[in-house]
Design a protein around this ligand. Structure first.
Ligand code: NAD
Length: 317
C-alpha cells in the first residue's frame, strides 16, 4: 500500500485530497498545525490508514514511517485575510516549511508536489496565463508575502530537483471552490454564498468587471493526483479556463441560491489582479485532464455538501 504525506491536510484543499487518496487505497499522513485549517475538516475520516500529526513545518520535522511514496505540500495560508494577518508566517512556510518538506521527500525518495498558485503571475500582462509566463508581481505590496513566498518555493523546488535529484512537481492552482471553504475567509465565492444565503447585500469589489476562473474542488483534486502520478517536473496550470467577471459570479450565486440580495460595490483591494485565466493546454496534453463541473453545478454541490449552516459561518468565527 503506497503512503502519501499531505502537509496542510486539515485545510480546505488538503482535506479533500486526503479523502480522495484514501478512497484510492493509499495510507495518508496528514501534517497540519491547524493555523488556518480545522479538525472539523478531517473529523469525518474514520480509517486506520489515516493519521493526523499536529506539527509546525516551519521547524524541522520528521515522520517515523519507513516508506513515504508521495509528498503533497499544501501547507500555507492561502486566503488574503490569512496571509495579510500572518505575513511572516506565510513567508516562513514558503521558505523554511518548503525546505523541510523537500528534505523529507529527499530522505524518503518520494515524489514531491508543491501547491503553488496562479498568484505567481501577479497582475498579469499576458492573458490567458501560460506556464512560460514569468509574471508581474509587486514584491513589496501587502500581497507580496504570499506571491513571493510561492515564487521562492518554486525556485527551491527546482533547486532540489536539479541539485539534489528529488523528483518534484509544481502545480499552479487557480481559484478553487467547494465545501469546507471558510465562510469568513474573504475569498469571493464563500463571501458571496454567505451573503446570498442570508439575503444580505453582496459586496463586489471595484465595478465587478475583473475576471476570475473558478475550478470545482473535485476537478482540482483529480488534476493534482494526475500530476503527482506523472513524471513531469516543470510547472503545470490546473484550473478552470472558463472566465467569469465578478459581477457574473455574483449573479450566478444569486440565481443558484434564489436569493433576494442586492449588489453593493466596494473599493478594490491593493494589487487585485484585473484578469485571471489559466491556459491549460499543457495539463490537457500531458495529463489528459480538464475540468468537468460547470459553475452552476459546482455551486449547487457546494451548498448540498457543506450545508447552509456552515456556509453562513454559524459558529466558525
Ligand atoms: P487552507 O488555509 O484551507 O489550508 C492550508 C493548511 O495549511 C491549513 O490547514 C493550515 O492549518 C496549514 N498550515 C499553515 N501553516 C502551517 C504550518 N506552519 N505547519 C503545518 N500546517 C500549516 O488553504 P487551501 O485553500 O486549502 O490552500 C491549500 C494550498 O493550495 C495552499 O498552499 C495554497 O497556497 C494553495 N492554493 C489554493 C488555492 C485555492 O483556491 N484554494 C488557489 C491557489 C493555491
Amino acid at each position: 500500500m503506497a503512503t502519501a504525506l499531505v502537509t496542510g491536510g486539515a485545510g480546505f484543499l488538503g482535506s479533500h485530497l486526503c479523502d480522495e487518496l484514501l478512497r484510492r487505497g493509499l495510507r495518508v499522513v496528514c501534517v497540519d498545525n491547524l493555523e488556518t485549517g480545522s479538525l472539523r475538516n478531517i473529523a469525518h475520516i474514520r480509517d486506520a490508514r489515516f493519521r493526523h500529526l499536529n506539527l509546525d513545518i516551519i521547524k524541522p520535522y520528521f515522520v517515523d514511517d519507513e516508506q513515504v511514496d508521495f509528498v503533497y505540500h499544501l501547507a500555507s495560508p492561502a486566503s488574503p485575510i490569512d496571509y495579510l494577518r500572518l505575513p511572516l508566517h506565510t513567508l516562513k512556510v514558503g521558505s523554511h516549511g518548503t525546505h523541510h518538506t523537500l528534505g523529507l521527500a529527499k530522505q524518503h525518495r518520494a515524489r514531491f508536489l508543491i501547491a503553488s498558485t496562479s498568484e505567481v503571475y501577479g497582475d498579469p500582462q499576458e492573458h490567458p496565463q501560460k506556464e512560460t509566463y514569468w509574471g508581474h508581481v509587486n514584491p513589496i505590496g501587502p500581497r507580496g508575502v504570499y506571491d513571493e513566498a510561492k515564487r521562492y518555493a518554486e525556485a527551491l523546488t527546482m533547486a532540489y530537483h536539479r541539485q539534489q535529484g528529488v523528483d518534484t512537481a509544481i502545480m499552479r492552482i487557480f481559484n478553487t471552490y467547494g465545501a469546507r471553504m471558510r465562510a469568513h475567509d474573504g475569498r469571493a465565492i464563500p463571501t458571496f454564498l454567505r451573503q446570498a444565503l442570508q439575503d444580505r447585500p453582496i459586496t463586489v469589489f471595484g465595478d465587478g468587471s475583473q475576471t476570475r476562473s473558478f475550478c470545482y474542488v473535485d476537478d482540482l483534486i483529480r488534476g493534482m493526483i494526475a500530476l503527482a502520478e506523472s513524471g513531469h517536473n516543470l510547472p503545470v496550470n490546473i484550473g478552470n479556463p472558463r472566465e467569469h467577471t465578478l459581477l457574473e459570479l455574483a449573479e450566478t450565486v444569486i440565481e443558484v441560491t434564489a436569493s433576494k440580495s442586492e449588489l453593493i460595490f466596494e473599493a478594490l483591494p491593493t494589487d487585485d489582479p484585473q484578469v485571471r485565466q489559466p491556459d491549460i493546454t499543457l495539463a490537457r496534453d500531458l495529463l489528459g485532464w480538464e475540468p468537468e463541473v460547470e459553475l452552476h453545478d459546482g455551486l449547487r454541490q457546494t451548498i448540498e455538501q457543506a450545508g447552509v449552516e456552515a456556509l453562513v459561518g454559524a459558529g466558525q468565527r
